[in-house]
Design a protein around this ligand. Sequence first.
Ligand SMILES: Cc1cc2nc3c(=O)[nH]c(=O)nc-3n(C[C@H](O)[C@H](O)[C@H](O)COP(=O)(O)O)c2cc1C
Length: 310
Amino acid sequence: MLTTNFLDFDFSNPFMNASGVHCMTTNELDELAASNAGAYIMKSATPAKREGNPEPRYFDVPLGSINSMGLPNLGFDYYLEYALKQQEKTSRPVFFSVAGMSVAENIAMLKKIEASDFKGVTELNLSCPNVPGKPQVAYDFELTYETLAQVFDFFTKPLGVKLPPYFDMAHFDQMAAILNKYPLSYVNAINSIGNGLYIDTDSDQVVIKPKEGFGGIGGEYVKPTALANVRAFYTRLKPEIKIIGTGGILTGQDAYEHLLCGATMLQVGTQLQKEGPAIFDRLQKELMAIMEEKGYKTIAEFRGKLKAIV
Ligand SMILES: Cc1cc2nc3c(=O)[nH]c(=O)nc-3n(C[C@H](O)[C@H](O)[C@H](O)COP(=O)(O)O)c2cc1C
């Protein structure tokens, strides 16, 4: 049984797409809605439609992917309209991802969501640029604190935040202390590992055009970092704040590891891009097989139960 209770809703299984993969158009979203994913999230929206960066801007590599998409999306209104239509058809909540290019843009979009009939879950993508020349929001601890203070002044619907990876124990401590001050529903860890570089030595060239080839890394490369972030937040956040585990999920084994670290829902980016929505059937079968072998009937029996060496 993979049934997963998340924010008072029973999903048939914990698997979702990761925002940005297979979720830009209503066609892609309809395919996710019809797939065996437990839930799905829409492409991160900006207030107006964006073309994003010049191509090539995504490249598959054997151990994952590199991308610098530049947030191409069809604009906030497009996704709100889709979500409102979907919620008429099913009680399963839709996940909305908001990624403004400034705090003001984020606040403006969240005010529209608050004022609308949207009944789903909202994810605020804090691993986004803010001011050019400054780090992304979630690497600026003061700005993260102030942004969330502004948000929770008016926002009353279920809200989670998507975080970039952290690499230092002090940063896990500081970020968790900030997040614990707010009535967040969940934390989604991790976004891509920022600014990697992949090289093609046949041409001695980078593989994507934007930013001289620098791009976010996903897939197999990022799993150990993703697991560490899930674990670090699971052990530091108050229990009301759930964790969505994202990063390096290619198999049921990867999913099992994320759950053992404390994740409740699981998102798949790079491998969904490579395999398409049929991946959700395979992942469920593989996770069920591991649970059977270990004698677990439900995920709740092992979630978060990673053992330390004593
Ligand atoms: C092509 C592509 C586009 C992405 N766009 C977004 C996005 O719009 N919003 C977001 O929060 N994350 C975005 N991501 C990051 C993924 O949601 C995910 O956090 C990351 O790829 C790690 O998961 P993975 O190892 O399964 O790929 C994108 C990733 C890829 C590969």
